[in-house]
Design a protein around this ligand. Structure first.
Ligand SMILES: [Zn+2]
Length: 372
């Protein structure tokens, strides 16, 4: 490292005690509209940036444009909840453009190297020839990009050392924490109605779920965690406790039994989970490129969650019976109109547990005062 003589101005700066940037008073969470999958930026009070999933490869330019818009120059921690295109796809292209220092994931893909027949059994009517090969290529390119930074493999109970925040993994690689978090662990009455469904042997069930705390404020994201695994966090006892903000699991994709046992087991958002978490604000990441709607059963559970004040959405649900579940327009970042700016929702949390959410489209802001 080269040393330089200290300039007078710099000395003044130093003497004034301004040598390090003052820590921010808030933790900020940006739910970016990527059209499919999920991409959520968390900017810690210490100024570190954690990105929760990247969205699909075709969203790479949107993520980069958003980073420019928000003045974010690097990703300190990229957490890829699981290895599916809609959660990791944009990572390789992103890594070419901005520094990604730490790559946090559950290790290796459990669906790498599977043949077309395996994919046909899992995807049914949505299977396409060559699906396995295409998947393998996309995971290979993720793995190559990951090698450019440090790799952190996460297991339940591990902490991710983001400055100024407490970030703990609740699930990873098909396993969940077995002991309650501090202050949690009471029996969950909603468990009485929870059935056991088919196990998932693909990537969704491998999702890393995390709880982020900033003082009294708590935010949860469980990736695309599947029915049995997610419920093991909430039944028979609620190991997590209540949260303030909930990024809705698996884009509210609860499946009907008619789709078959396998899909039924992929369902999200049981009453034990959502009502156990009792979020004040729920955030639904969906979009025209893929998850176009939240499923009826999941949306009803969310809507009826005790203590829920608002549901916020990255995009408006345009088709299906579920469009009836749309939040009022002021809570939706993208309602279909073209915009120069990448639409997003910004949550700004204080350590006393209060927070505010702003819609980038119309600057509508709602504040959620500290819980009494
Ligand atoms: Zn997903």
């Amino acid at each position: 490292m080269q040393t330089r003589p200290v300039s007078l101005a710099l000395l003044w700066w130093f003497l004034l005690g301004a040598s390090c940037p003052a820590a921010a008073q808030t933790a900020d969470i940006y739910f970016v509209d990527v059209g499919l999958g999920n991409a959520t930026f968390v900017v810690s009070p210490a100024g570190q940036t954690m990105l929760l999933d990247t969205g699909p490869s075709r969203a790479a330019n949107r993520i980069l444009a958003f980073m420019k818009q928000a003045g974010l120059r690097q990703v300190d921690y990229l957490l890829v909840s699981h290895f599916e295109e809609d959660h990791m796809g944009a990572a390789p292209r992103l890594a070419e453009q901005v520094p990604i220092l730490n790559w946090v994931d559950h290790g290796e893909s459990v669906v790498f190297g599977k043949d077309d027949e395996w994919w046909r059994q899992r995807r049914g009517p949505w299977a396409r020839p060559g699906m396995g090969k295409q998947y393998d290529e996309s995971f290979e390119s993720y793995r190559k990009a990951r090698a450019t930074g440090s790799h952190i493999i996460v297991r339940p109970g591990h902490k991710i050392p983001v400055g100024g925040l407490d970030v703990v993994a609740l699930s990873a690689a098909g396993k969940t924490i077995s002991a309650p978090l501090k202050g949690a662990g009471i029996p969950n009455p909603a468990c009485a109605s929870i059935d056991r469904r088919a196990e998932d042997d693909a990537e969704d069930g491998q999702s890393i779920g995390i709880l982020i705390s900033f003082g009294a404020f708590r935010f949860i994201y469980l990736g695309d965690l599947t029915w049995n695994t997610a419920n093991s966090l909430f039944c028979p006892k609620n190991l997590v406790g209540a949260v303030d903000a909930y990024l809705v699991t698996h884009h509210a994709q609860s499946m009907t039994r008619e789709l078959g046992d396998y899909y039924y087991g992929l369902s999200c958002c049981s009453q034990a989970e959502v009502h156990g978490l009792r979020p004040r604000a729920a955030f639904l990441s969906l979009g025209a490129l893929g998850h176009k709607f939240g499923a009826d059963a999941a949306m009803k559970v969310i809507r009826n969650s005790p203590g829920l004040e608002d549901l916020w959405q990255t995009e408006k649900i345009m088709e299906g019976g579920e469009k009836g579940h749309n939040a009022p327009d002021q809570f939706i970042a993208n309602i279909g109109a073209k915009s120069e700016q990448v639409p997003f929702l910004k949550l700004s949390a204080s350590s006393d547990g209060s927070f505010a959410v702003t819609n980038s489209r119309n600057q509508y802001t709602k504040t959620y005062p500290r819980r009494k």
